[in-house]
Structures are given as structure tokens and as C-alpha cells.
Ligand binder design. Structure first.
Ligand SMILES: Nc1ncnc2c1ncn2[C@@H]1O[C@H](COP(=O)(O)OP(=O)(O)OP(=O)(O)O)[C@@H](O)[C@H]1O
Length: 698
């Protein structure tokens, strides 16, 4: 594949994606009034500033409380949809439009607002970590004493980093300075033969044979190795062994993943004795990872002493500036105060940079998201191996951020689960193939002038993982074949239909059922691994009343099919499970449609707060003892929408450990030939099929 051509194609695709992202956000903001945005989890209204403090990394944290006049004491009446804003999200803080909510027609974000990252949302309000340069803007925002609202913002920074990486890649190719790894990753040079690792002693003796083979392969491949990990097969466990072996050989490793959680899952399982540093915004890290966070270490480690004195001074100055009432600094004193803060911050940054270089330099393992892999703290750092987890969920341009100077790459992923979410499925040159079907991975269009055998992908959803498989075939990967999650019966259909029937259920899970949990009774609902509520017959029609503005297609709300009676059936089965002793936190209810999530949340959340309710896409990588899957689609035309994407359905049916409960209209689902139809046929054969009328559940 022509690398320069690849880079220009990616730049086109990224530009289109960013435009789509911005348009979608803009469209929502300009077409929907704030209360509707809030209802859809995109905004929180009626907030009052309560305090500011200096958080980790010297950043300012702004606490905003729910206005008790609107929401009642302790925010008891805050709508559940506000949980759409979570810690780690980027938000804008704005002055709330004046007047009553009903008069707000549309919103234009003003220049006066500021952006920040949500640290936490709780019953009191929301805490937001601000960018360093924003204090004065915040000062202005607070000075007016008005109510504030926060609204989710798009993340342009992420795109800019990918663009930078692609531009750099193009320049390198143009100058003919590609590294050996680059040549291999684009099919110019074949990967070198796998070498045997002499005297390899496994540190984890629990690894199964396929995991051991994957470790041997990863260590012995000089250039690139793929670990193919179907659901629950222990990719992370395998990676931990690979990391420990590499560091044992004296190598330095950079470990990345597309999301913070993917990286944190690895951090949590690294042996405490391994010198490792996690780079990333503390507000986005799991609490039990913070001890390894670079930002935290710049406060708590020995090296941090030189930073702490200056931090204290900044804090004191900020404290004076944030004082309310009589003590509030005014006029030139206030200006001077901010000047001092800026000066102190400069000093702070110099000292912090030194501390950071020392801390990162000592680490044998550095962990960051793919975007974090391009962080300034890593600019001069050299690594022997780059490891990317969940690579089949990462955009390829993202993967290149940490790869620019790499010489060896190990990827883990599963191209048969969902690829990264992409708003534009096609590039600006070819037109519309809106369907989010398995066609995503269709062969790219013919190359222009060059006669390259592998033209650049025409959609961002083609991942580096799947591209390498397309170039080199299965010899470039090793399959982890033993899964530690699902009862054999839950595993069988995905194994047969997608994984060449190669999956094995580990003995510890092969026959496990809900009734085997010590606190669960043996009932009809806890003694089978697969239940299929077939709703065919018309009692459970889908509904598509999308609240989009006339003439406008609002992306987020467009996929708004729901099925109210199916939601009642979910609640019915949930009651059966809870009555049998299954704990709320062992249960998830998932569905492909966000409107069904809202419906289910409103129906169930207040009574059963620990039951997880979410979309299939959002549940990738997760598991629960029992999963209720609400398929929603029920219509005369046999339309199944994006359920037809078998990678989505694969994710949906592989989340449950002991019991999978499927609720769907067997007739609608069986109209169209393909994976869904075959799966329904399998369910009819192998699951306990129930036909439950509406009168039985109300
Ligand atoms: N060799 C093994 N022996 C026993 N249990 C194992 C083994 N390998 C993995 N597991 C268990 O299987 C589960 C899944 O492992 P892990 O989290 O490493 O998998 P994963 O492939 O990263 O998961 P996911 O599919 O959710 O991304 C964990 O509970 C882990 O302890």
C-alpha cells in the first residue's frame, strides 16, 4: 500500500469525520432547546457555582451544585437522564439563558463559556476540572452570579492529534524515511520469521496453551504480532505475561488502548513491583489506578517535593481570588492577583517538567490511551515495543500516534466484534452507503494511479488489526481459544458461526448456571442458560416517535426505535430474577437502541439502581452473570436495522456468563436471511422458548 496515499486518504476521512461530529453537535445545540438536550443526557441545567479548588496536576476544579429551588434538597429530583454526562466527558460551562425553560427555543453557545473535563457527577452536583488558561474566563462567569448549565462538547483535540500523525506519516513516506515497521505494516516488507525465545519460563503458570502460544508468538515476532481474543478469552491476562516477560528481558514497553478503561484494566493487573507509570487526565482514570498516575506521582513521589512548594503558593493566591463577599479582590488588585498566578504557574510548569522527566524516565512500562501516546511527556522517550490492546476498536490513525518511532508492535483485538464508532461510513469521494451493516469491511475502492494490491481503506472503520489480517492472513495472528465467561450453550452459536467452531468453554464456566451462585434459588428462571421470549404475534410493536425537529435529521435521536411492551417484559423477567435472589449488580439489561435505554431507565432505575442498563455498543468488553437483551425490532416489513450487523449481535450475545435472556420478535428477526435468522433458529432449537402475553406481565 502506498503510504503517502494512505495518509492523504486518512486525512480526507478524518476531516469528514470531524465535520460530521461538529455538525451533529452543532445541529443538536441549534435545533433543540436546553431542556430537550438535558432530557437526552447532553446537558445539565440549573447549576450554581459552589467552590473552586486546585486539583491534581495543579488544575483548577470547579464545583457546581444543583439549584435546590429547582431540584429539591440534595438534587433528589434531578432527571435520571443527566447521568448521560459522566466523569471524563468534555463539557462546556455556560451561563444559562434567562427566562423560564419553556421559552428557551434554541441555544447558541456564547464565547464566554469555558471547557473542562468532568471529574464526577453525584447527588449534589458536578465537579469539572478546568484547563489551565481558563481561570479568568471562569472568574467572569462566576462574577455575574447567574445560573450555569453544562453541555457536552465535541472533542476536536483528539482529531487534531490523529491529523498530525497522518501528516507526519505522509512526510516520512515522501522523504523515503519509512522505518522497517512502517514498511511491514503497509505490506512493503514481509514480517521477519518468528524466533524461538530461548529458556522462556512462564511467570503465570495458569496460562492455557493458546495463551502460552500467543505469548511465545508475541515475544518471538521481530516486527509485528496479533493476538486474536474472542470474548472472555483472557487477552489482558496474556498481555500481562507479555509485558512481564519483556521487562524481564530489560525492554521498555509503551502500552496503549483506545479508551481509558482499556488501559486501566491493564494497569490494575500489573504486579505492584513493576515500575509503571500511567499517563492521562486523573479525572478519567479509575480511582484505584491513581497511585500510578503520572499527575499524582508529581505530587506524592520524592521527586515531587520541588513542585509542591510552588503549588501551595498557587493555591493561596487562587484562594484569595475566589473569595466572595466583602473580601473579594477588585480592580487592579484582582488583575495583579491573576498576574501572580500566571507567573507562579510558569515556575510550576518548569519544576513539574523536571519531575515528570525523572518519573517517566525511570518507568519500564508506560501506559496511556492511544492519544496519550502522543503526550508531550513522551516526546523524547524511546520504547522497544509498543503494545495496543483492543486494537480492533481503535481508528488506525489513532494507532499511529504512538507508532511513529516504534520498531515492534503487538496488537490484541477481535475483528469480529464492533469496530470503532464512525459517523461517516464513507469518504468524501464516494457517496453514501448509510447502512451500518457488515459491509463496513467491504474491499476498498480501486487505487488511483498506483497499482498497489492493497489500496488505502475508504472508511475509518477499517482498523489496523483487520487491515493486517487482510494483508498477511492468519499467519500473523494467534487465536486465544479458551473462554472463561460463558456457559457452553451461550458460547456455541457465536463459536460455530464466527470463530470457526474453535472456541472452548473453560471447565470452570462450561456448565455454570445462576442457580449455582450461593445466594440464588433453583427456579425455572435460574436453571437454564438460554431463554428466548418470542414476542411475535403483535402484542409488542416497535415505536419510532423520534423527537427530531421537523425537516432535520438529528443523528443522536434518529436511532430512536423503542418497544414499550418489550421494556415491560424486561421488567417482568427482572422481577423473577430478583425474587430468586439474583443481585441487582449481577444483572444487565442491554439493547441496541438508545431510545429503549431511556425507556428502560425510566421504568427500572429508581427502584433498582444497581441493575445496569445500556446499549450493546457501550457494553462491549463487559460481562454480567445474567444479561437481558431487548432486541426492540418488531414490524411487518421484517426490518431489523442495525441488528443486521453481525459484529454488534456477536457483542450482544457474548456478554452473559450464566444466563442470556433474549427478548425479540422471532418473526421479524427471521424475515431476512443471514446471521440473525440463523441465530433465531438456533435459539428456537436450544433455548427455553417462552411466549408470554401482555396480560401475564402487567
Ligand atoms: N488461563 C486462565 N485461567 C483461568 N482464568 C483465566 C485465564 N485467562 C483468563 N482468565 C479469566 O478470564 C476472564 C477474562 O480475562 P481477561 O480479562 O484477561 O480477558 P479479556 O479477553 O481481556 O476480556 P474481554 O473479552 O472482556 O476483553 C478473567 O476473569 C480472567 O481471570
Amino acid at each position: 500500500m502506498d503510504i503517502k496515499h494512505f495518509s492523504t486518504t486518512q486525512l480526507d476521512l478524518l476531516a469528514a469525520e470531524l465535520a460530521a461530529d461538529l455538525t451533529a453537535t452543532q445541529e443538536l445545540l441549534s435545533t433543540l432547546p436546553p431542556p430537550t438536550l438535558a432530557k437526552n443526557g447532553l446537558a445539565i441545567l440549573n447549576l450554581l457555582p459552589s467552590s473552586t479548588r486546585t486539583g491534581l496536576g495543579g488544575k483548577t476544579i470547579l464545583d457546581l451544585d444543583y439549584d435546590s429551588a429547582v431540584y429539591g434538597p440534595k438534587g433528589a429530583e434531578v432527571p435520571t437522564s443527566s447521568s448521560g454526562i459522566r466523569s471524563g466527558d468534555i463539557v462546556r460551562i455556560e451561563q444559562q439563558p434567562a427566562g423560564s425553560a419553556t421559552k428557551w427555543v434554541k441555544t447558541e453557545l456564547k464565547k464566554g463559556g469555558v471547557e473542562g473535563v468532568v471529574q464526577r457527577v453525584n447527588e449534589k452536583g458536578i465537579s469539572i476540572v478546568l484547563g489551565e488558561s481558563d481561570e479568568e474566563a471562569v472568574d467572569k462567569l462566576l462574577a455575574e452570579g447567574k445560573k450555569l448549565w453544562v453541555v457536552k462538547a465535541g472533542n476536536e483535540v483528539v482529531f487534531r492529534k490523529m491529523e498530525l500523525a497522518m501528516r507526519r506519516l505522509g512526510e516520512i513516506a515522501e522523504a523515503g524515511q519509512e522505518s522497517r515497521l512502517m514498511r511491514v505494516l503497509f505490506g512493503h516488507d514481509a514480517p521477519s520469521a518468528v524466533q524461538e525465545v530461548e529458556g522462556l519460563q512462564f511467570l503465570d503458570d495458569g496460562l492455557n496453551e493458546s495463551q502460552r502460544e500467543a505469548v511465545r508468538f508475541a515475544l518471538g515476532s521481530p516486527d509485528v504480532a496479533l493476538i486474536h481474543g474472542p470474548p472472555g478469552t483472557g487477552k489482558t491476562q496474556t498481555f500481562i505475561e507479555v509485558i512481564r516477560q519483556l521487562t524481564g528481558q530489560g525492554k521498555r514497553v509503551l502500552v496503549c488502548g483506545p479508551s481509558n478503561i482499556s488501559v486501566d484494566n491493564i494497569v490494575l493487573r500489573l504486579p505492584p513491583s513493576l515500575p509503571a507509570v500511567r499517563i492521562g487526565h486523573p479525572a478519567r482514570l479509575l480511582p484505584n489506578v491513581l497511585a500510578r498516575s503520572l499527575e499524582v506521582l508529581t505530587r506524592t513521589s520524592e521527586e515531587a517535593q520541588i513542585v509542591n512548594d510552588v503549588r501551595k503558593e498557587v493555591d493561596e493566591k487562587l484562594g484569595q481570588l475566589m473569595m466572595k463577599g466583602k473580601g473579594r479582590l477588585k480592580g487592579s488588585a484582582r488583575k495583579e492577583g491573576w498576574r501572580d498566578v500566571r507567573e507562579l504557574r510558569k515556575e510550576f510548569r518548569v519544576r513539574e517538567a523536571k519531575c515528570v522527566t525523572d518519573l517517566v524516565g525511570r518507568a519500564k512500562v508506560v501506559l496511556a490511551t492511544l492519544h496519550g501516546g502522543g503526550a508531550r511527556q513522551l516526546r523524547d522517550q524511546k520504547f522497544d515495543v509498543v503494545i495496543i490492546d483492543e486494537a480492533s476498536q481503535a481508528l488506525e490513525a489513532q494507532c499511529w500516534i504512538p507508532l511513529m518511532n516504534a520498531s515492534k508492535l503487538i496488537l490484541a483485538g477481535d475483528h469480529l466484534q464492533l469496530p470503532p464508532t464512525v459517523k461517516t461510513e464513507t469518504n468524501s469521494r464516494s457517496d453514501k452507503s448509510k447502512s451500518k451493516s457488515a459491509k463496513d469491511t467491504k474491499p476498498p475502492e480501486a487505487p488511483p494511479a498506483s497499482t498497489s494490491k492493497y489500496p488505502p481503506p475508504t472508511t475509518l472503520s477499517t482498523t489496523l488489526f483487520s487491515r493486517l489480517l487482510a494483508i498477511y492472513g492468519p499467519s500473523i495472528k494467534r487465536l486465544l481459544n479458551t473462554q472463561y465467561r460463558m456457559h457452553t450453550q451461550i458460547m456455541t452459536y457465536p463459536s460455530v458461526s464466527l470463530y470457526n467452531n474453535e472456541l472452548i468453554a473453560a471447565p470452570s464456566v462450561a456448565t455454570h448456571l445462576l442457580k449455582d451462585l450461593p445466594h440464588v434459588e433453583d427456579t425455572d428462571d435460574t436453571s437454564v442458560p438460554l431463554i428466548f421470549y418470542d414476542t411475535q404475534g403483535g402484542d409488542y410493536p416497535e415505536s419510532t416517535d423520534a423527537p427530531a425537529a421537523p425537516g432535520k435529521k438529528v443523528n443522536l435521536l434518529a436511532e430512536s426505535t423503542s418497544n414499550p411492551n418489550e421494556a415491560l417484559l424486561c421488567a417482568h423477567h427482572l422481577r423473577l430474577l430478583l425474587d430468586a435472589g439474583v443481585k441487582e449488580e449481577e444483572i444487565a439489561i442491554i439493547t441496541p437502541y438508545s431510545a429503549q435505554v431511556s425507556l428502560l431507565t425510566n421504568l427500572i432505575r429508581s427502584q433498582h439502581p444497581a441493575v445496569e442498563i445500556g446499549t450493546v455498543d457501550g457494553f462491549q468488553g463487559r460481562e454480567k452473570e445474567v444479561v437481558i437483551l431487548s432486541l426492540v425490532r418488531s414490524n411487518d416489513k421484517g426490518e431489523i436495522g442495525f441488528l443486521g450487523e453481525k459484529r454488534r449481535l456477536n457483542v450482544a450475545v457474548t456478554r452473559a456468563r450464566r444466563c442470556l435472556v433474549v427478548i425479540g420478535d422471532g418473526e421479524t428477526l427471521s424475515r431476512e436471511k443471514g446471521w440473525v435468522k440463523d441465530w433465531v433458529a438456533f435459539m428456537e432449537e436450544n433455548a427455553e422458548v417462552r411466549f408470554t402475553g401482555l396480560d401475564e406481565i402487567q
